[in-house]
Design a protein around this ligand. Sequence first.
Ligand code: SR1
Ligand code: MG
Length: 400
Amino acid sequence: MTEYKTFKADDAIAFADGHSELFGEHSKLSAEEMSDGELNQVFRVENDKGTSVIVKQALPYARWAGESWPLTTDRARIEAEVLKLHRRFCPEHTVEVHYFDPEACAILMEDLKAYRILRTELNAGKKFNHLAAQMAKYLANTLFYTSDFVMSGENKKAEVARFLNPEMCLITEDLVFTDPYFNHERNNVEHSILDKAKNLWHDEALKAEVAMLKAGFLSKPQALLHGDLHSGSIFIDEQSCKVIDAEFGFFGPVGFDVGSLLGNLLLNYLASPGLHDAADCSEQQAYLLDQAEQLWLQFSETFSELMRRETEDPMLESPIYQQKFLQQVFSDATGYAGCELIRRTVGLAQVADIVTISDAGKRAECQLNVLKLGRELIMQRNDLSNISQLLNLVRYQQTD
Ligand code: SR1
Ligand code: MG
C-alpha cells in the first residue's frame, strides 16, 4: 500500500506516465501546476507533441484556506466515481476519468485544453447557443438514470451509502443554507449592502422557507447529484460543453443541480449591467433568459420522456405522479436558484460575475438586485407554475 504524499510536479508526471498509455517517453514530459479554485491541486502533464492529461489531487485540507480547514481526501473518490457514473449516462457532456488512485487520492483525467470555463466566458459577454440544450441533456440523463424511476430499491440504497459524502455536504449545508441567514464570521458582506444583509438575518419568513429547502437537501436522496453545478464547473467551446469537478456529489434532490445552474445564469443576468455597456448588456441578458428558459423546457421534456418510456417501478409509472414529481422539481429548482443567488452575494464563496464589477456603485446595485431576486424566488417558488412566470419575475425585478 502506497502512502499518501502531496504531489510535486515530478510526482504528477510519474503518476500520469504510470497510468496512461498516452506517453511512453517519461523524459519528454513536463508538468505545469494550474490553479483549481478553492480545494485541490491540479497539474497539466504534457509531452513534447502537445498531448496532455490532467492530474488532480485532493489535499487533506481546503487549498485556499490552508491546513486550518481540514477536509476529507475521500472527495477524490466521490469525484472520480460520480464522473464515471455520469459519463455512463451522458458521455458527451461529462469529462472522462482515465484512472483513480485511492491511496494518492489522485485522478488522471481528460485535459479539456481547448475549452474555457463557462463563467469566464459569460463574464466576457460570450454566447453559446448549445449551452442550454446540452446541459439539459446532461441533467435529465444523469438525474433520471440514478433515480428510483430505474434503480431497484436495494441497489439505490447501496449507492446512496457509497456516495454519502458527509463532509462535503456539510460545506453546502453551512455555506448555502445557514451562514447567509446569520451574522456568521465566514460571511463576506460589502459595507454598501450591509443593511440589506442584516435584513436577511431577521427575515423569519425567508428563513423558514430556506429551512424547508435545507431540509430537502438533507433528506431527499432522489438522484446522484453533481452537487456543485455552477458555471465554474462547466467547460465550454464553440460546439460542446463538459461538466467537471463533481467532488460535492451525493444523492440529493433533483432540483438542486437544476437550480444551481439556473441560479448561475440568473446571477450572470443580474451582473450584466455592471459587466457590459448598455447595448451589450441587453443582448447578453436576452441570451441568458433564453438559455434559462431552454434549460428548463428541454430538461423537463427529456426527463418526462424518460419517465414515460423507461420507468421500471410500476407504481412510479403513474402519469399523475410523474407530472407532480416534475412540478416539485421545478419548485425546488426555483428555490435552490434563489439560495445560490443569496449565498454568492453575502456568503463566503463569491463569484467573479459580481466581484469583478469594478465600479463600486454598480456592484452594489447588482448585489441588491441579486439579493432581491433570490428572496423572491425562494418565497414564490410554490406559486410559480412554469418557467415563463419565473422569467417574468426576473424581468419585473430588474425594472422595479
Ligand atoms: C470552501 S469551498 C467553497 C465553495 O466552492 C465550491 O465550488 C462550492 O460551491 C463551495 O460551496
Ligand atoms: Mg469546484
